[in-house]
Design a protein around this ligand. Structure first.
Ligand code: AMP
Ligand code: ZN
Length: 476
């Protein structure tokens, strides 16, 4: 099956052709770790995790290398470290750990590499040196600047014409810049700020060179796919590209495909710390299962804006409930039945193929979800038809598709009970035990009374060969 991806540079969707299918490379710009990340920051994490999973399925898990960087030196980190009187590493470690924990809770696989700026300084200064030697950068007043006039294609990725950039940059242009659009590769640190040695004096790198150097060190230039949020197209990705090409490491190419996710909005505006309209993933994960938040992030196509509301997560949760119910019911239906391994005629084989096709079509998640429901409906129909072979095969396909998209990893029982707090759980367990006692004593009126009490708690009890199990009832 051909994988097609939309490329920001060519502005069209085209079949994806990695340079070396046994070594497919993906890079995504990661977080600046000075605080808890908001759920908008996790949109690229989840979208590109899905792409990573799809690439692994197409090329084999060992043939895809995914690097996502961490910016661990920056003004905001410096400020926070100074406020707390601790080294910047204390701050960056704290928030990187929280970020990785949140990403894992959202079902994101760990990238193959997670390079940190502070651990890539040699590669960064090395690349700046290459740029100076290639006449792509110049030194001025303790700074090193990229010479935008050295790169004829500057502005091609984002579609920003040079005169527009000059107009934008005119306010407050540093006097040592040869051209208003030139940008910093290396700058002196202020007194008391962290600094690293370099041939141009002690200082620290500009933001853009970090990524180019980390890509080259972790993956080697050029790479197959470069991703990030659409706010990064300009200036960040435009600058990364200019640096990469002018450094001479990947020839004329930097990235085969550029992919950008749309914004996650709240109250119709881009979710961002500066606007204050943020919901932290960390807080949301206290309220909802990670899979429900992941599903919500994938409910719209990744290139479209997505409005973040409580209804969106509730919808995602209800969608997952529907799939887990089929898993639960099919598991119960199959319990105790002997189904030969590798049985043919699974329910929903065509729908499973539709899911793979939708994902291969530039990660069309709305289509993939629709096909996932059709697959679940086929499994449900096979249960009704009491066709154990079709149920067993269909259930495996459902789990496989769920796994590919980063869902259905929970035990169905656990999924339905996760909505219950500890008080409700112990009350339900107590009632179920009392009901078992009443039934053992053949006290049917008492057993019925307890069943009604459980029903009033919105709990459904299912009797099986190994005792009773329960789940929170489906909402009407
Ligand atoms: P930052 O820490 O702001 O550099 O952002 C980290 C990643 O999150 C980048 O890829 C951004 O493009 C992305 N991002 C930030 N805010 C949003 C948002 N509201 N919606 C979607 N992506 C975002
Ligand atoms: Zn970057």
């Amino acid at each position: 099956m051909t994988l097609s991806l939309y490329d920001t540079m060519s502005r069209r969707k085209a079949p994806f052709a990695p340079k070396d299918p046994s070594r497919v490379t993906l890079y995504v710009c990661g977080p600046t770790v000075y605080n808890y990340a908001h759920i908008g920051n996790f949109r690229p994490v989840v979208v590109f995790d899905l792409l990573f999973r799809v690439l692994r399925r197409h090329y084999g898990a060992d043939h895809v290398l995914y690097a996502a960087n961490v910016t661990d030196v920056d003004d905001k980190i410096n400020r926070k470290a100074a406020e707390e009187g601790v080294p910047i590493r204390t701050i960056s470690d704290r928030y990187l750990d929280a970020y990785n924990a949140d990403a894992a809770a959202l079902g994101a696989l760990r990238p193959t590499f997670q390079p940190r700026v502070t651990e890539t300084m040699d590669a960064i200064t090395g690349m700046i040196g290459d740029l100076i030697r290639n006449n792509g950068a110049y030194e001025a007043e303790g700074h090193v600047l990229f010479d935008t006039q050295a790169f004829a294609d500057y502005g091609k990725l984002s579609g920003h014409p040079m005169d527009e950039m000059i107009a934008g940059a005119r306010i407050d242009v540093a006097p040592y810049k040869r051209h208003p659009a030139d940008f910093v590769l290396w700058k002196p640190s202020k007194p008391g700020e962290p600094a690293w040695p370099s041939p141009w004096g002690d200082g620290r790198p500009g933001w853009h060179i970090e990524c180019t150097a980390m890509i080259h060190e972790a993956l080697g230039l050029p790479i197959d796919i470069h991703g990030g949020g659409e706010d990064l197209k300009f200036p960040h990705h435009e600058n990364e590209l200019a640096q990469g090409v002018c450094s001479g490491h990947g020839g004329r190419e930097y990235a085969g495909v550029w992919m950008h996710n749309g914004f996650l909005n709240m109250a119709q505006e881009k979710m961002s710390k500066s606007l204050g309209n943020v919901a932290l993933a960390h807080d949301l994960l206290e309220l909802y299962p990670g899979e429900a938040i992941r599903w919500a992030l994938l409910l719209g196509h990744y290139r479209q804006p997505l409005e973040w509301t409580d209804t969106l997560i509730e919808q995602a949760k209800a969608n997952l409930d529907r799939l887990y119910r089929v898993l639960d019911d099919s598991g119960r239906f199959l319990a105790g039945k002997v189904v030969p391994d590798g049985a043919q005629s699974p329910a929903g084989a065509a729908e499973h193929a539709d899911i793979l096709k939708a994902l291969a079509d530039d990660l069309n998640t709305p289509e993939a979800f629709a096909a996932l429901f059709r697959l679940a409906d086929k499994v449900r129909a096979a249960i009704m038809a009491k066709d154990a072979l079709a149920v067993a095969g269909g259930r495996d396909l459902l789990l496989d598709a769920g796994n590919l998209m980063g869902f259905l990893a929970a035990d169905p029982q656990g999924w339905f009970q996760s909505g219950a707090d500890d008080d409700l759980k112990s009350r339900v367990e107590g009632l179920i035990a009392a009901r078992a006692d009443a039934r053992a004593a053949k006290d049917w009126p008492q057993a019925d009374r307890i069943r009604d009490e459980l029903a009033a708690l919105n709990v459904e009890v299912m009797d099986g060969p190994s005792g009773a199990t329960w789940r929170i009832r489906e909402q009407a």
